[in-house]
Design a protein around this ligand. Structure first.
Ligand SMILES: *Cc1c(COP(=O)(O)O)cnc(C)c1O
Length: 376
């Protein structure tokens, strides 16, 4: 039996190879590899898809978040509230602009920021909230925007794992002041390399984002701010134009895969299956189960199961093994073990199963049988 990988990008490429090859060859023979209408057209299409007026593309999701903070003038002396159960990039950029991350614990059933704990973390220095739509599921943005309005805070949505997800009928990235997207290959809309984008409905913010991403320049060779070089290259824009047309279809397939997992795994018991909140549209970048501790041993129960699964050819992943507030790099903030207990517990229990649009039913059955074997 073949190994079942966590994602299989080659399989997806095969389905769109003719169109993708043509788009790539067109760029190669054009001789224009940076910028051009292929990039601006993609920005327009992506803005239209998210239903915002502005989109500025850039080099990565990390840069998208960084540029968003810079455009809102967040820096030294400011605090930004976010989740400790996310990829490091979300918090790293807060430090990169000179501000301080403040971590708020998560909801156990969605792994997302617990909106009911945000207010207690707000101080006179708080300038923004970065809700992370983790694993493809939207944060309760109604609540986040209410709090932001009340305390005059900016909201930057980290949409890296949730392109196409919705809250209350609105696409993520169109609800807060700025949305930050990643086109890293394994995201729902992935390029064949790095890429990212920032979305907003504010043309002034968009102009500042663009200026900062082009070395702080609006007029070539005149520089008004210390910026960066962050752009989506033409090849990636051409590939993304092709893939954007399939995104809704792929997200539907992911939902189907999630439904089938639900069906196959719920009889097994002993594991907690992920839940999709009513009020949102989940786009399943990850299918993440929890394996509550059953036995005390040297090694985490979850890690044992993961190793056994691997021996049976099922490759699973742990997103994330250590919460950000307990990372060595954030020791200086002084968080203690036990301070954000839900995030800490999630880090010990989560296991992300293979999840990609064209995962077959047979493969999912193999995942389910293997998991059942491990747990019996
Ligand atoms: C992937 C990811 C990022 C960073 O995106 P890159 O394009 O890899 O820089 C940021 N936040 C989250 C939650 C992510 O999953």
């Amino acid at each position: 039996m073949n190994n079942i990988p966590p994602v299989d990008l080659a399989r997806q490429y095969k389905l769109i190879s003719t169109e993708t090859d043509l788009a790539v060859l067109e760029i190669l023979s054009s001789g224009r590899y940076i910028g051009g209408t292929v990039v601006t057209d993609f920005e327009k299409q992506f803005a239209h898809y998210i239903n915002v007026s502005e989109c500025v593309s850039c080099n990565s999701g990390t840069d998208a978040l960084y540029l968003a903070l810079r455009a809102l003038n967040i820096g030294k002396g400011d605090e930004v509230i976010t989740s400790p159960f996310t990829f490091i990039a979300t918090a790293e950029v807060i430090n990169l602009v000179g501000a301080t991350p403040v971590f708020v614990d998560i909801e156990p059933h969605t792994f997302n920021l617990d909106v009911d704990q945000i207010e207690a973390a707000i101080t006179s220095k708080t300038k923004a909230i970065i809700p992370v739509h983790l694993f493809g599921q939207a944060v309760n943005m109604t609540k986040v925007m209410e709090i932001a309005q009340q305390y005059h805070l900016f909201v930057i949505e980290d949409c890296a794992q949730a392109t196409g997800a919705e809250w209350d009928g609105k696409k993520v990235g169109s609800i807060g002041h700025i949305g930050a997207f990643s086109f890293f290959p394994t995201k729902n809309l992935g390029a064949c390399g790095d890429g990212g984008a920032v979305t907003t409905n504010d043309p002034e913010i968009a102009a500042t984002l663009k200026m900062l991403s082009e070395h702080g320049s609006r007029v070539r060779y005149y520089h008004e701010a210390i910026g960066v070089n962050s752009r989506l290259d033409s090849l990636q824009a051409a590939i993304l134009q092709v893939k954007l047309r399939y995104l809704d279809h792929w997200n539907e397939q992911r939902s189907l895969v999630a439904e089938r997992y639900q069906h196959l795994l719920s009889p097994i018991g002993k594991i907690q299956l992920p839940q999709a909140l009513a009020g949102g549209k989940h786009v399943w970048n990850q299918y993440t189960i929890r394996l509550p501790e059953h036995q005390q041993g040297e090694q985490l129960y979850r890690n044992q199961v993961r190793e056994q699964l691997q021996q049976m050819g099922v490759i699973s992943m742990v997103y994330y093994p250590l919460p950000l507030h307990l990372q060595p790099v954030y020791q200086y903030l002084g968080y203690q073990q036990g301070q954000l207990p839900r995030s800490e517990q999630a880090c010990q229990e989560v296991l992300s199963l293979p999840m990609f649009p064209d995962l077959t039913f047979e493969e999912q059955e193999q995942v389910a049988y293997s998991l059942k074997d491990c747990l019996s």
